[in-house]
Design a protein around this ligand. Structure first.
Ligand SMILES: Nc1ncnc2c1ncn2[C@@H]1O[C@H](COP(=O)(O)OP(=O)(O)OP(=O)(O)O)[C@@H](O)[C@H]1O
Ligand SMILES: [Mg+2]
Length: 369
């Protein structure tokens, strides 16, 4: 790719309450060679909903932009929460001021990746937290749309019915995302809480170099085995031609109250804390260095007890960044095997059984008609 190639972005101007959003055209230069080589595609995934995929992907991307990296947020969830949290409204989408992540029907027929993106460096939260240097990387968004999954399915069906015109939409997605490696240090794909049958998630996993799996508690942990197997299947050599599936990291997220008061902590640690601690320990003992644990705080006074601290996103994100940069850590799938799966399943099932024995799932249910 010639160095003078520029990517058209639309810059969303900082706005006051009264002002309507203005967009202006901005061009992004291709990254220097070294940064292009290091550019990475990260999918945030968990088929369990509400675990913090969107929150963590946003925190990660913004932190990297504050470190002067160019970040492309790619919203592959039909709920479009990432798009919404970046301040892009439905009206802006309707007015076609923003590109939708993957309106596959037109894209599949074209060989060209989308070349203009909204550029949202000035969005209010970012300005507030940008820091004293005032320097920051570029942020762009490939917006989500509730029609994206339907469009993807329709295109897929159409392509399958017309083998003569068949264009592998998965390859196309990969090529499109890869095109943006030239301009962005991080391409962050937020995904829907779904696995089987979700084409946008299939594309995400096949394109990603890394998958970050937020885990908040037992239910999210119980889904790990299925998720890990699904990712390996989707990204398998036969389908994608890649040598290894994406590398995986688990991020323990969410928190309980941590007042720092030892006595109080000893007295108030309740069954939920114990449950979460046990879940954390089970995952940590099976996956070791593949677990990002900055969201967990060891309590030395309580010896073996740990608690989840109020999420210090900076700490979690920094740990993720370090782990992502550590090339000495082998791909997750080199350590994943039947024994690991059994070990994880057995320890989580033991935790689930203990929990069910101690605490009814439905406390004082009341049914009224
Ligand atoms: N680390 C955290 N600590 C406490 N609350 C959190 C944390 N991360 C997210 N939340 C809250 O949990 C809820 C769900 O978060 P989020 O939308 O990021 O999850 P998600 O996995 O993207 O959900 P979905 O599956 O619907 O896409 C939100 O209300 C969010 O504010
Ligand atoms: Mg989400």
């Amino acid at each position: 790719m010639a160095n003078q190639t520029r990517l058209l972005l639309q810059k969303q101007e900082a706005r006051t309450e009264k002002e309507t959003t203005k967009m202006k055209r901005v061009f992004l230069e291709v990254l220097p060679e070294q940064r292009r080589q290091a550019s990475t595609i990260i999918a945030f995934m968990n088929n369990k909903g509400g675990v913090g995929k969107t929150s963590l992907s946003l925190a990660f991307g913004l932190t990297m932009a504050r470190k002067n990296k160019n970040v492309l947020f790619w919203d592959n969830d039909g709920q479009s929460n990432l798009t919404q949290r970046l301040g892009i409204t439905d009206n802006m989408l309707l007015e076609r001021r923003v590109n939708v992540a993957f309106t596959l029907a037109p894209i599949a027929g074209s060989r060209e990746p989308i070349r203009n993106l909204p550029f949202i460096l000035d969005y209010p939260y970012f300005m507030r937290y940008r820091g004293s240097t005032g320097k920051a990387g570029h942020i762009a968004l490939m917006a989500g749309s509730h029609d994206a999954e339907t469009d993807a399915n329709a295109t897929f069906d159409k392509l399958n019915r017309n083998p003569r015109d068949y264009k592998n939409i998965f390859d196309f997605f990969k090529q499109t995302v890869d095109f943006y490696r030239n301009y962005f240090d991080y391409i962050i794909i937020d995904t829907a809480p779904a696995l089987e049958g979700n084409i946008l998630n299939q594309m995400s996993v096949r394109a990603a170099d890394n998958v970050i799996v937020p885990i908040d508690a037992l239910e999210a942990a119980l889904g790990i085995e299925q998720l890990v197997k699904w990712i390996a299947g989707e990204a398998s050599h036969a389908i994608t031609g890649r040598v290894m599936p994406p590398n995986l990291l688990f991020a323990i997220v969410k928190y309980t109250k941590d007042t720092g008061n030892k006595k109080e902590a000893r007295n108030t640690i309740d069954i939920d804390d114990r449950l979460r601690n046990n879940v954390y320990r089970a995952i940590q003992s099976v996956f070791g260095e593949y677990v990002c644990e900055s969201g967990v705080k060891a309590k030395p006074s309580l010896k073996s007890k740990v608690t989840f601290r109020k999420t210090d996103f900076d700490a979690v994100v920094n740990e993720l960044e370090q782990k992502l940069e550590n090339k000495a850590r082998p791909n997750f799938y080199t350590i994943w095997n039947i024994e690991k799966a059994d070990e994880l399943r057995n320890s989580l099932e033991a935790i689930a059984e203990t929990n069910i024995a101690k605490k009814p799932v439905f406390k004082n249910p009341k049914y009224t008609l």
